[in-house]
Every structure is written in C-alpha cells, then in structure tokens.
Design a protein around this ligand. Structure first.
Ligand code: ARG
Ligand code: MN
Ligand code: MN
Ligand code: MN
Length: 315
C-alpha cells in the first residue's frame, strides 16, 4: 500500500472563517518540528471554492450549499481515483463537510463495499437542512451519506431549492445511502442536538464518550470499536480536532470542553489504523486564525505524523 496526501482547503461549510488555512498551518508546524513529512508523500490538492464566501450564503439551512456540492464532488472523484489505484488517502481538510465526499469516493471506487466509519469528534455531524441549528453544512456529513433525514425529525422550514440541493448531495458517488447508520462508531461525541440524539438512539449508534475512554483506556476502546464494525469490509477514520479537550483544541471553530487528551487521540489513531481494513484516514477543522502561536496545528501535525508512522509500520 502506498500513501497519498489529499489537501482540501475548503471552509465553506464552517460557521467561523479560517479552517481552510489549517492545512498550511500544519505544514508550518512540520517545519518547526524539522519533519520532512510533506516532502515524503506526493500531495494532491483539490481546488477550492472559497471565493463564494465573499458573496451571499444563498440557502438559509444549507449555507453555500452549491459550493459545498461542488467540493463534495471534487473530493469524491479524487478519492475514487486514488482508491482505484489502491493508494491509501490521508486527507487533510478544512471544514468537516467534505468528509462526506471522501466517503462517497471510497464507495464510488467499490460500490459493493460495506464501509464502516469511526467518527472521532465532539459533534455528531448528523444534521440535515431540516434539523440543523445553524445551516452550517459541516454539521451534516453523516446525514449526507446515510440519508437518514426524515419527517418525524423536522425543525426547520426548508425552502424548495434547499430540498432539491439536498437530494442532489445524497446522489454524489452513486444513488442512495453509502453506509449503514449502524456501521458508524462515535468516539468523543459530547455536543449534539435533540434531533441527532433521536437518530443515534434510533439506529443504536455506539458513542465512546471521554469518561469511558478514561475509564477503560484507549486500547480497549479501539478493540471494542473495531469489534462493532466486524462485518465491515473496510473502515474510514474521520478525526475532527475538536474531539480534543479545549486545553488542546485552542484553534478550531467549535471547541467543546471535556474532550480527549492529546495522548489519548494519539494512541487511539495509532491503534485503530493498524487494522488492515482501514482504507483512509482524515483530519479536519484546524483553524489557525482562532489560535495563538499555531499550537493547535502543532498538536494536529504530531497526531497526523504519528498516525501515518503507525500505518507505515503496519503495512
Ligand atoms: N451541531 C452544530 C451545528 O450543526 C455544530 C456542528 C459542528 N461540526 C463540526 N464539524 N465542527 O452547527
Ligand atoms: Mn465534525
Ligand atoms: Mn466537531
Ligand atoms: Mn452492526
């Protein structure tokens, strides 16, 4: 297996500006660490649509939705191409919405694949335009790929154009849902809205919260998470840096207290990626404009590099 870095400098779907700079902040962190990480792998860069941020968000409950749609398609096609060449994508992205594009790309390369997802995050990211409290689409990637939005759960009065856009998004990378909702495992999720709780409950999605990680230790959590996904052919790991405790996540748009320690995130990712079924790993939501002295990007880079080392050691 060969690794390819994918850089997605998009921040259209975040509520706070600056996440598109997270990748370059990690590059700067690598220089400070005197690491040649960014020289070792051929990076593929996905063109962004951030120019749209100078204009109107257009859809109240799916802000910059057309631009997000464009980005999801680009990420999908890029990841599909890499997976077809049997390369291992390590995706560095801005806002978390484009993770839906990553998942669609993995599936488009191999539509029959049963894909499990380990979602390490403070948030459920399970909203749709019908339920989102903000209209920020980085809170929606898991609904995009599971098509779990439904009438029972509505909170927002969604316009027809938004509905049409949402239907279009769910078709990226092929018709219908890309993953089963119960093939998702959450780690660190601690800030959800009622409509997300409803879906988590309905589909019985397992969430390993910080307290449980503290109690059982990372090794056991990783083992249990992988056991839940035992029937999946491959696994995608999505690491949102706001899963980390606010003492570490000093530069991210939606920080939440009581998160994972840096050591826990470090060990968790290093352990999970040893499973031979893991086919893609992603890190998102580093926002250096909210930080001081690039601390968040340095922590994120340390985790990125260590996780990649662990992957290589176990190839
Ligand atoms: N649930 C909140 C929302 O929908 C926060 C989502 C944060 N997501 C993220 N990827 N940081 O606005
Ligand atoms: Mn997220
Ligand atoms: Mn988050
Ligand atoms: Mn299951």
């Amino acid at each position: 297996r060969k690794i390819r870095l994918v850089e997605v400098r998009s921040e259209l779907a975040a509520g706070t500006r600056g996440a598109s700079m997270g990748i370059d902040a990690m590059r700067i962190a690598s220089i400070k660490r005197r690491s040649n990480f960014f020289m070792r792998f051929e990076p593929v860069s996905v063109q962004d649509e951030n120019k749209l941020l100078f204009g109107d968000p257009q859809f109240k409950w799916a802000k910059y939705g057309e631009g997000v749609y464009t980005m999801l398609n680009r990420v999908c096609d890029t990841v599909e191409g890499l997976r077809k060449e049997k390369l291992f994508p390590i995706v560095l992205a801005g806002d978390h919405s484009t993770a839906a594009g990553t998942i669609c790309g993995i599936k488009k390369a191999d539509p029959g694949l049963r894909l499990g997802v380990i979602w390490i995050d403070a948030h459920g990211d399970f909203h749709s335009p019908y339920t989102s409290p903000t209209g920020n689409m980085h809170g929606m990637p898991l609904a995009m790929v599971t098509a779990t939005d439904n009438a029972e759960n509505e909170a927002n009065d969604v316009e027809e154009e938004t509905e049409a856009l949402w239907e279009k998004i769910k078709q990226i990378g092929g018709n219908g849902p890309k993953i089963n909702p119960d093939d998702i495992v959450y780690v660190g999720v601690r800030d959800t809205e009622a409509q997300e709780d409803y879906l988590i409950e309905k589909f019985g999605i397992r969430n390993f919260k910080t307290a449980e990680v503290n109690e059982k230790g990372v090794a056991k959590i990783a083992e249990e998470a992988l056991e839940i996904l035992k029937d999946c052919d491959q696994i995608y790991i999505s690491f949102d840096v706001d899963s980390l405790d606010t003492s570490v996540s000093t530069g991210t748009g939606t920080p939440v207290p009581n998160g994972l320690s840096k050591e826990q995130a470090f060990e968790l990712n290093r352990t999970l990626i040893k499973d031979k079924r893991v086919c893609c790993w992603e890190i998102v939501e580093v926002n250096p404009t909210l930080d001081t002295e690039n601390k968040m990007a340095e922590h994120a880079f340390d985790i990125l590099e260590a996780t990649t080392e662990s992957l290589i050691e176990n190839f």
